[in-house]
Design a protein around this ligand. Structure first.
Ligand SMILES: O=C(O)C(=O)CO
Length: 260
C-alpha cells in the first residue's frame, strides 16, 4: 500500500502553516512534505513534526525570491554561489526533521542553452556530493511548462538520461505523475521504466490539480501499479483541494493510518 505524505503547502490551508502538521496527523497521514520551511525556525518545524508523530518525506531547497518568480538556481549560469548558500540554509532543517531527500529546483533557464545545461550538471553533482555525508538524497523534478513557464527541467527523458549518465548514488528522480501526464502521457510505462531511479512520487488529478479521485487518470490502478513495481518510497499529495481539505479525503480513506 502506498505511503502517502500530505503536502502542507497545498493541503490544510484552512489553518496556519505550523498547525497543518496536527491537521494532517488527525486526518490519518503518517508523513508530510511541503515546499519550503524557511520562514520558521528549524527547531519549531521539528517540534511540530515529531510532536504529531509524523515522518518528513521531502522538502525543497531554497528557490530564491519565489514571489519575484525565481524557481531555483541549479541551471542558472553565474548562480553557483547562491546554490551553495541554499544547501547550507537547508541543512539545519534537514537535521531537525530527519528528512532523507531534498528537491533541488532547476530555475528558469533554457534547456537548449549549453551554458544552462552545464550549470545544471555542475549544480546537481555538487548538491549530491555536499548532501551525501549527511545521509541525504537529491531529487530533481521535471515540471510542466503550463504551471511554470520557462522552467529549465521540463522533460522526463532529459532528467532520466542525466541521472543515468552521472551515476551518483544519492541523485534520484522526483516523478510527479501530474507533470508526467501533462508533458508526455503514457504514465504507467514511464513509471515501469524509470522506477530504478525514482526517489519520490507526487500525485494530483489531471487537468485540475485537485484530489486524485477522477478526471484523466485512474489513480487506484496507478497505486496498485506502484505496489506491483515494489515502490516503497513516499507518494506526496501535491494537489489543491477543491474545498475543505478533510472533506476531500474520501480517496484517501482506504489508505489512512498506513505506517511510515
Ligand atoms: O511545482 C511542483 O510540482 C513542485 O513540486 C515544486 O516543488
Amino acid at each position: 500500500m502506498p505511503r502517502f505524505a500530505a503536502n502542507l503547502s497545498m493541503m490544510f490551508n484552512e489553518v496556519p502553516f505550523l498547525d497543518r502538521f496536527e491537521a494532517a496527523a488527525k486526518a490519518g497521514f503518517a508523513a508530510v512534505e511541503f515546499l519550503f520551511p524557511y520562514e520558521y525556525p528549524a527547531d519549531e518545524i521539528g517540534k511540530r513534526l515529531h510532536g504529531n508523530g509524523l515522518t518528513q518525506a521531502l522538502f525543497n531547497l531554497p528557490p530564491g525570491d519565489w514571489k519575484a518568480g525565481e524557481r531555483g538556481f541549479a541551471a542558472r549560469p553565474d548562480h553557483f554561489a547562491a546554490l551553495q548558500q541554499s544547501l547550507t540554509t537547508a541543512l539545519p532543517y534537514a537535521q531537525a526533521t530527519g528528512v532523507k531527500r531534498l528537491h533541488l529546483m532547476a530555475g528558469i533557464a533554457d534547456l537548449n542553452d549549453p551554458k544552462a545545461v552545464a550549470a545544471f550538471r555542475k549544480s546537481v553533482a555538487h548538491a549530491a556530493e555536499f548532501l551525501a555525508p549527511h545521509g541525504l538524497d537529491v531529487v530533481i523534478e521535471p515540471i510542466n511548462p503550463r504551471n511554470v513557464p520557462g522552467y529549465f527541467l521540463n522533460d522526463f527523458l532529459f532528467a532520466r538520461d542525466l541521472i543515468n549518465e552521472l551515476r551518483i548514488p544519492n541523485l534520484k528522480l522526483q516523478f510527479d505523475i501530474y507533470h508526467c501526464q501533462i508533458i508526455h502521457g503514457d504514465v504507467t510505462m514511464r513509471l515501469r521504466e524509470m522506477m530504478p531511479i525514482i526517489g519520490h512520487i507526487q500525485i494530483a488529478s489531471i487537468p485540475s490539480r485537485n484530489e486524485p479521485d477522477g478526471e484523466e487518470l485512474n489513480y487506484p490502478f496507478l497505486f496498485e501499479e506502484l505496489d506491483r513495481l515494489g515502490y516503497d518510497g513516499f507518494v506526496g499529495c501535491e494537489y489543491n483541494p477543491r474545498g475543505n481539505t478533510t472533506d476531500g479525503l474520501a480517496w484517501f480513506r482506504p489508505y489512512a493510518g498506513a505506517k511510515s
